[in-house]
Design a protein around this ligand. Structure first.
Ligand code: HEM
Length: 215
C-alpha cells in the first residue's frame, strides 16, 4: 500500500529532521489541541494528495503548484485583511515562491482574477492564526517532499522554492510561530483558533483534492 508506505517513510524522515537543532516543537496546550483536532484532516490530505518518491513527477508537481497558486492567491488576501502583524506575515508568504517555481519550469503563472475564492470566514486574529498553523505546518511536510525532489532529474538546479520554503530556518520559523500564538492567544480564544485551522484544512482539501467537507 503506497499510502501507508509513504506515511511510514515520511514519519521516519521527519524523525530524522526533528533531531536537527531547532526543529523540535515546544509543548504547548494550544499546539496540542491543533495537532489533535486536525489530525484526521492532515491524514486525509496527505493520503489524497498521493505524493510519494515515485509520484513526484513533473506533471504532478506542476498540477499541484497550479492548485496551490489558486489557494494562496485567495489566502494571502484574506490574511492581509486580518489583524496579523505584517512584519510577521510577510516573510511567510508563499505565492511568489510558486510563481518563481512555475517560471523556473518554463510555465506561465495562472491567472487568478476569475478564480473561485476560498471561503475562510471572517478574518479575525484567532482564525488567521489557526489558518497560519496549517500553512506553516505544511512547511514541515514540504521538507520531506523536498528531499524526494532532490533526486528528480526534471527539477531546476536551484530546486523548487515552495517546497524548500525557509530552507535551514524551517525549525526556527516553526518555533517562532508557536511562540507568537502562545503569547497572543488567551485560552478563551483557543476554540476560534482551532476552528480557523479546521476550515483552512477543508478549503485546502477542496483546492487540492476537489472536495470540501470532512465525510
Ligand atoms: C498541503 C498539504 C499539507 C498540509 C496543509 C499539512 C499540514 C501540516 C501541519 C499543520 C503540520 C503540523 C503538525 C503539528 O502540529 O506538529 C504538519 C506536519 C507534518 N506533515 Fe504535513 N501537511 C501537508 C502535506 C503533507 C505531506 C504531503 C506530507 C508527507 C510527505 C506531510 C508530512 C508531514 C510531516 C512528516 C509533518 C511533521 C510532524 C508530524 O506529523 O509529526 N504533510 N503538516
Amino acid at each position: 500500500m503506497i499510502g501507508e508506505w509513504s506515511r511510514v517513510r515520511a514519519a521516519r524522515a521527519w524523525a530524522k529532521l526533528k533531531r536537527q537543532e531547532g526543529v523540535l516543537p515546544l509543548p504547548q496546550p494550544l499546539m496540542e489541541r491543533l495537532r489533535k483536532e486536525t489530525r484526521s484532516r492532515h491524514v486525509r490530505l496527505e493520503r489524497d494528495m498521493g505524493l510519494t518518491p515515485y509520484t513526484v513527477t513533473r506533471m504532478n508537481i506542476v498540477r499541484l503548484l497550479g492548485k496551490f497558486h489558486r489557494f494562496y492567491s485567495s489566502w494571502e488576501s484574506w490574511i492581509e485583511a486580518s489583524p496579523v502583524d505584517r512584519d510577521f506575515f510577510d516573510p511567510r508568504r508563499k505565492l511568489h515562491l510558486i510563481g518563481r517555481d512555475l517560471a523556473a519550469l518554463g510555465l506561465a503563472v495562472p491567472r487568478t482574477d476569475h478564480a473561485e475564492r476560498i471561503d475562510l470566514g471572517s478574518p479575525s486574529l484567532e482564525r488567521a492564526f489557526g489558518s497560519l498553523y496549517v500553512v506553516e505546518g505544511s512547511t514541515l511536510g514540504g521538507q520531506v517532499i523536498n528531499r524526494w525532489l532532490e533526486h528528480s532529474p526534471w527539477v531546476p538546479e536551484r530546486g523548487l522554492s515552495y517546497f524548500a520554503s525557509y530552507g535551514r530556518d524551517v525549525g526556527v520559523m516553526w518555533r517562532r510561530f508557536q511562540t507568537m500564538i502562545g503569547d497572543r492567544v488567551p485560552v478563551s480564544a483557543h476554540d476560534e483558533v482551532v476552528a480557523g485551522a479546521v476550515t483552512t484544512f477543508d478549503q485546502m482539501y477542496f483546492c487540492l483534492c476537489g472536495k470540501e467537507e470532512m465525510a
